[in-house]
Design a protein around this ligand. Structure first.
Ligand SMILES: [Zn+2]
Length: 149
């Protein structure tokens, strides 16, 4: 289980080695994604709260990166955080996510990205539920739910 100290260490020193890499030109991403997906994932924008696909969705399955398809989160780790965005307590695996300090908008936050393609996902905070206390606040535009049979 990942804890806040692990997140800080990843952001500060080094992230897990990715299992593979997916890289594309900006034009390549623009062609693959909708304008909102492109804006959020490749330009680090934030979609509107509540009016997004997975905020209130609790269907079972796994959430994959909208850009490269790698598995990022399990629906079993999703919980209701009343933030307006889908929230998770843990990633699907330790190597799925990459972390970096983000001091934009006069805030001190930790940005969460796909470790395979560097897609912007959202931010992680230390006010999540026990036992790990993590809250991954993720844009619906960055993920896609793959429902399991
Ligand atoms: Zn990705």
């Amino acid at each position: 289980m990942l804890r806040w100290i692990d997140i800080i260490k990843n952001a500060k020193y080094s992230n897990p080695e990715p299992a593979r890499r997916v890289e594309k030109s900006e034009e390549g991403w623009r062609q693959q994604l909708t304008p909102l997906q492109y804006q959020v994932t490749r330009q680090k924008d934030t979609e509107p709260p509540y009016r997004n696909a997975y905020c209130r969705s609790y269907d079972p399955g796994v959430y994959a990166c909208v850009c490269c398809g790698s598995i990022l989160f399990n629906s079993t780790e999703k919980y209701h955080a009343i933030s307006g965005w889908p929230s998770f307590t843990q990633p699907a695996s330790r190597g799925a996510i990459k972390y970096t300090f983000d001091n934009s908008h006069n805030m001190s936050r930790i940005e969460v990205m796909c470790n395979i393609c560097d897609c912007h996902l959202g931010h992680v905070f230390n006010d999540g539920p026990e036992p790990a206390g993590l809250r991954y606040c993720i844009n619906s535009a960055s993920i896609v739910l793959v429902e399991l049979e």
